[in-house]
Design a protein around this ligand. Structure first.
Ligand SMILES: *[C@@H]1O[C@H](CO)[C@@H](O)[C@H](O)[C@H]1NC(C)=O
Length: 234
């Protein structure tokens, strides 16, 4: 019996050990779960990284959006500029004895030669066809003008007298020449060349628009109107 009791005790002990083992097993399972959690944490980290990537994407999108906004701002600024200061036209036209344009410094009182790179078109009337954004000549600036048409050579010219005081030009200004190269960007609508000399000291001007460049000599800028283009200066 005693040995039987020992067997029973042993069985009980074994059962207890088995229980302990069972208790330990879930602990191991728990450890495994923890590992799974760790893996889960790693997954979370990956998610965080993914979130970072998303943030980066968001940043990239924001940067892209900002970049997109920048050209829009630039475009707006570019659009705003002409509105703020309208571009002064540099295209002249000679339509008749009364409807024509000449080039003058953009600002009142400007020196003729010093504004070779900046001269703009000034016309006898506003909105002359073919002279976009041209200015209008000050009243009384043109005192007399003589219109010549040479159909054979294909040129037209205007010569005459000016009242320099109407645009603040100086009596000490010996004048200068404007042509296709000075100012760069200037044009004579409907013609291939032009030459203009303005002499504030003598208060005369002359302009010729030519189909053939040789009829508009630009290599005699210091000779003055009467020698370069001839014509009537009364
Ligand atoms: C201007 O050019 C023309 C044609 O090339 C030439 O005959 C003339 O001698 C030149 N005049 C001056 C002052 O250089």
């Amino acid at each position: 019996m005693r040995s039987h009791m020992k067997i029973v005790l042993a069985a009980v002990l074994l059962a207890l050990i088995a229980n302990l083992a069972m208790a330990a097993a879930p602990a191991k399972k728990h450890t495994t779960t923890t590992t799974h959690h760790k893996k889960a944490t790693t997954t979370t980290k990956a998610t965080k990284k993914a979130t970072t990537t998303t943030k980066a994407s968001a940043k990239a999108t924001t940067t892209k959006a900002t970049t997109t906004t920048k050209p829009t701002t630039k475009a707006t600024t570019t659009t705003a500029k002409p509105t703020a200061t309208p571009k002064m036209g540099q295209t002249a036209v000679i339509l008749s004895a009364t409807d024509y344009c000449i080039f003058l410094p953009p600002k009142y009182g400007g020196d003729i030669a010093a504004n070779e790179d900046r001269a703009v078109a000034f016309c006898t009337k506003p909105n002359l066809p073919g002279a976009p954004n041209a200015q209008v000549l000050p009243a009384g600036f043109i005192k007399s003008s003589h219109y010549v048409v040479n159909n054979q050579k294909g040129y037209v010219q205007i010569t005459g007298r000016i009242d320099r005081s109407k645009y603040g030009l100086s009596s000490k200004d010996g004048g200068g020449q404007y042509d296709l190269r000075a100012p760069v960007g200037s044009k004579m609508n409907g013609y291939n060349a032009f030459v203009q000399l303005t002499e504030p000291d003598a208060q005369i001007f002359c302009i010729r628009a030519c189909m053939t460049k040789t009829d508009c000599p630009v290599n005699k800028s210091t000779y003055g109107c009467e020698k370069v283009l001839g014509g009537d200066y009364s």
